[in-house]
Structure formats: C-alpha cells, structure tokens
Design a protein around this ligand. Structure first.
Ligand SMILES: [Zn+2]
Length: 335
C-alpha cells in the first residue's frame, strides 16, 4: 500500500520489520500465554490496580526538570478521506463529556499529583510524511544499526491515517496528564512538515529528562488481527544504544499502560502479537534503543481490521484510549 513505509513488511505499521514472533520468556509469561484473554485481562488489571502481594517497588523518582514545549498548537491537517467520527461510536453513552482535543498550550505548570513530573508523548509518524519521501527515507543511526528516519505509518481502508490518529490521541492524553499536574511535551504537534526522525524522537524524551515517554501508534496488520499491544524495549547494549537501565522501568510502565488501556477501552490484548499478553519486546526500534528514559510504544489496534478501525475512528473511543494511557502513566509515576 502506498501508505506503507519502506522499512515495512507491507502489513505492519511501518515501525520496522518484525523480528520473529517471540516474546520475552520466563515462566510467568509462558504460563500466561496459555491463558484465555479474559483471564489475562484480569491479570493485567490486577497488576495495575495493585492486587495482594504486589511486588512493584515504590518509586522515588526525583523531581524532574521542567522542559520546554514542543511548539504551539496547530490544527491537524484534515485529509479529505477521513472517516473520523462516522462510525464506531459503539458506546457513546460511556463517552467522557470532553471529547475534543484541546487547543491549549502543551506546557503545564499546574498543581496536582504529577506536579514536577515530565511526560513526553510521541505521536507516531507525521501526516506530512507522505509528501516527504526523500527526507523520511534518509538513514539515521538507531544505535544498533541504521534505519529510515521515519515512515508514513498506515491507515484505515477508508483513508484515516495512523498519523492523524496518533496526533489526536496524543493531544487528548496531553490534556489528561496536564490535568494531573504533569509537564507534557509532544515530539511533534502537527507543527512541522515531516518527521521528526526516530533518533530525534528519542532525544526529545532524553533532553526533557522525561519520567515517562510513550509513543502512540496503530498497527497495519491483516484483517482479522485485532487488539492492542504495548511494545517494551529489550535490554540492548550495542553501539550507541544502551537500554539496560530502562528496560525494567519501561516494563513496569508498559504493564501499567496495558492494564489500564484494557480497562478503559474494553479492547482485548492483541490476538496476533504477544501471545495474548498485550505485551511485546523489541530491540529493533530506534525510538526505544536510543531512549535513556522509561519508554514504551503502544499499538492501539489494527487499522486494517474493520472492527478495530471502527473503534480507532471513533472520537469517543480515542478518548477512552487516552484515558487508559493516562491512568497507566499516573500509576507508574506514583508507584
Ligand atoms: Zn506506527
């Protein structure tokens, strides 16, 4: 498809070729893979709400420095083929009252439980990448090797692009986190014509000394493949990539995001990646390899599946998705 980036295998969302289907081992994970999704759902929720015997260590994150914003808000480009909002509002009655992206500053100096915390949100891809093939195809150093600067991302069959989706969800998430008092920075906010490159996306989180970073995506897999998954950084120490210090905290962040995303949206963990856990571990993503801060990706659903697309194109659902991510991040930062 013309939307698929050059480093994509043609199905997935352009974040790079998949390594062989394998998720991190360990007895717990292996055992979980044998469970039905509903049981996993319970497990994930139990994880994030802190069931008895929770072994997550209390966090004592230092106060992070304040960071500057990524730029002024601008209106997202609106390609004519968007099917946004025309279908998929399966649960309008459950929709939060506020469903429009904010037009406020991306910086917060507010009070609240996340006061002093810095969160960087990375809206995957860029709506303008389609018009800048030369720029985004340039190879950049991702620590372990070289890879395309960025990719176009995928879209629904009706033309709602992943880049539109990620920007919308990211803005909603920013608002929710700001309401908790966090300082929030976006890596791009529809305020640049393409990119940034994946290495720059990582550096933005690093320079902000972010307490948590989340890269928002939606997948482009085969129809019938459904559900969300959170991508965790493998422990990599090669070249300029060293994720050994963030792999553990990132897993904690990712598990909390996955559990809260499940609870907020009602979506099931992916039925095609992660063995039903909703978690995947990768070592081929520059945005993770180059991060020095706890960071995860989330693939919110499969844009090429009609049922998932109906959700992804619903503003009410996107608000739930943002709420789930926010709850996960809040949980992680509170410990
Ligand atoms: Zn993507």
């Amino acid at each position: 498809m013309s939307y698929v980036g050059p480093d994509s295998d043609g199905f997935f969302d352009g974040d790079g070729p998949r390594r062989p289907r394998r998720f991190s081992g360990g007895p717990l994970t292996v055992a979980l893979a044998a469970l039905v999704p509903t049981a996993l759902a319970g497990w994930l929720i139990w994880q994030v709400v802190g069931g008895p015997g929770e072994n997550e260590p209390a966090k004592t994150l230092p106060a992070a420095s304040q960071s500057s914003t990524a730029g002024a808000d601008t209106t997202s480009p609106s390609p004519s083929k968007s099917d946004d909002g025309k279908k998929g509002d399966a649960s309008p009655s459950a929709a939060p009252s506020k469903s429009k992206p904010p037009a406020s500053s991306s910086k917060s100096a507010g009070s609240g439980p996340l006061k002093g915390k810095v969160v960087v949100i990375d809206p995957g891809h860029n709506p303008g990448n389609f018009q800048h093939a030369a720029e985004i195809n340039r190879l950049v150093d991702i620590g372990t090797n070289r890879k395309e600067c960025d990719t176009t991302g995928t879209s629904t069959n009706a033309g709602y692009t992943e880049a539109q989706f990620t920007l919308d969800v990211s803005r909603r998430l920013r608002t929710l986190l700001q309401q908790q008092g966090a300082t929030v920075e976006l890596t791009q906010n529809g305020d640049r014509s393409w990119g940034p490159c994946v290495d720059e996306r990582a550096r933005i989180g690093n320079k902000a000394h972010a307490d948590a970073v989340i890269s928002v995506h939606a997948d482009g897999s085969a129809a019938g493949n459904r559900g969300f998954h959170v991508i965790l950084p493998a422990s990599v120490n090669s070249g300029s990539a060293d994720t050994t210090a963030i792999a553990g905290p990132s897993r904690d962040l990712g598990e909390r995001v996955a559990g809260n995303f499940l609870r907020a949206t009602g979506s099931a963990p992916s039925n095609y990646i992660g063995g039903g856990t909703g978690l995947d571990v990768r070592k081929d993503l520059g945005g993770l390899n180059l991060s020095t801060q706890p960071k995860v990706f989330i693939e919110c659903g499969n844009m090429r599946d009609a049922k998932d697309a109906a959700l992804l194109t619903s503003g009410a659902w996107r608000q739930k998705a943002a709420q789930g991510m926010s709850d996960g991040i809040v949980s992680f930062l509170h410990g």
